[in-house]
Design a protein around this ligand. Structure first.
Ligand SMILES: Cc1ncc(COP(=O)(O)O)c(C=O)c1O
Length: 413
């Protein structure tokens, strides 16, 4: 029978770093993270402790891709961060090891009941060569909310930020220096208990991998066209659409492929008989329009009612809009709005622009939306690929990400 993983880790805590390095070395051939159900016993919540970090550097550094050859999520850095948790001990010592496969028993609960959540964030190199994270506290807060919703353990946000900083420094050669390039970080947590019983996992693995990425629009913005989707639903009240669970993403691929087969890049997810506009693809959605009665310019996005992911970019756009657009007379609103309202604004020439907002692209301008057999034009001229607000937001946010605009949102590693 396989020896329970947690006991091996627990004994590691008391041995010297030298010995634990030796043990670690032997793990790499067949690293099993699955543990047997009986390890889930009494709870002793040791938090993540960055001071216990064990680092094992690769002896085979990988090649660097040319920046122009980078494909999103296809290449990874030399190292990864792993931290195991079990119900008995809490969080075990963190490890930075060479990037490697995970070995998991086929009965591990993540494969059967989708005990998985993740984050998407980026590290940037500034003009001085310093590495910066963008609002990592927001990602950690959301990561903890996602984990808690699926009975996975939570952790001290600052501890994981500290460890991610160490990982990105070790792999800093992978962060391209050019503007628009960055290191995409994927913190992930999975339930690792070996059981087909449906219940809270008694063990978990938190890991972070990193992938160098280029600009979403290497040759400048390209406005996208959307299909308003009402036959499939991404999220619903009381559901988990506001959490970053892997299980929310797979079911969206078939509707996206259907939209693509009809010539539209993404789904605009509508909800309910009223056809409330919620999100676009895997981004939050913003519209700028003139109020029908007052003529005042409004920047609108759906409220965080449980069906909308709390995007870090969404929050950044709202905050910048309140800081910089509101004084120019704009009204910034988090409220429900319908596809019919957008259509009416478009037909009356009041729809100024629309864009998605998310970490991958920052903003993604929208040209038109297919709805009820017609194309709703979102305000761009034929020769334009982006509206004024989307362009400003991209520049303002990028300035803070790369540390040109010194701001508390930027965390120096
Ligand atoms: C469903 C969904 N909405 C919105 C977002 C945008 O979130 P963020 O700005 O934090 O990247 C994402 C991005 O991951 C997403 O998956």
């Amino acid at each position: 029978m396989m020896r329970p993983m947690f006991s091996r880790c627990a004994s590691l805590r008391s041995v010297s770093t030298q010995t634990s390095r030796t043990l670690l070395g032997s793990w790499h051939s067949a690293r099993s993270y699955s543990i047997t159900p009986e390890t889930a016993s009494t709870s002793k919540p040791l938090d993540i402790d960055p001071s216990k970090l064990v680092v094992e550097k690769t002896t085979k550094p990988g090649p660097l891709k040319k920046p122009e050859e980078l494909i999103f999520g296809a290449n990874f850095t030399d190292h990864m961060l792993t931290i195991e948790w079990n119900k008995t001990t809490g969080w075990l010592e963190p490890h930075i090891t060479p990037y490697q496969n995970l070995s998991l028993d086929p009965a591990t609960c993540v494969f059967h009941y989708a005990f998985e959540c993740f984050e998407g964030m980026k590290a940037y190199k500034d003009k001085q060569g310093k590495i910066r994270l963008f609002r990592p506290d927001k990602n950690m807060e959301r990561f903890n909310k996602s984990a808690a919703r699926i009975a996975l353990p939570t952790f001290a946000p600052t501890a994981l930020i500290d460890l991610i900083s160490k990982l990105v420094k070790i792999d800093s050669r992978f962060i391209p220096e050019q503007r628009g390039y960055s290191l995409y970080l994927r913190p992930t947590m999975i339930g690792t208990q070996k059981t087909l019983g449906v219940g809270a996992p008694g063990s978990a693995l938190l890991y972070v991998i990193a992938s160098p990425v280029g600009p979403y629009y290497p040759t400048g913005f390209k406005a996208v066209s959307l299909e308003a989707t009402n036959y499939a639903v991404r999220a619903w009240p009381g559901g988990v659409g506001d959490k970053k669970l892997g299980a929310n993403y797979a079911p969206c691929i078939v509707p996206q492929r259907e939209a693509m087969s009809r010539g539209f890049q993404q789904n605009l997810w509508l909800f309910g008989e009223e056809e409330f506009v919620t999100e676009v693809g895997t981004m939050n959605f913003f519209v700028a329009l003139k109020n029908k009665e007052t003529g005042q310019k409004e920047l609108i996005t759906a409220p965080l009612d449980g069906t909308i992911l709390e995007g870090v970019t969404r929050d950044s756009v709202l905050s910048l809009a309140r800081e910089r657009l509101a004084p120019e007379g704009w009204k910034i609103e988090e409220r429900k709005y319908t596809m019919a309202e957008l259509d009416e604004a478009a037909s009356e020439g009041r729809l100024i622009e629309a864009f998605g907002a998310g970490t991958a692209a920052i903003v993604s301008p929208v040209r038109c939306i297919s709805w009820k057999g017609k194309l709703v034009n979102c305000g761009l001229q034929e020769h334009e690929e982006s509206g004024e607000i989307a362009t400003k937001m991209k520049n303002w946010i990028e300035a803070r990400q790369y540390g040109d605009d010194k701001h508390e949102w930027s965390y120096v590693c």
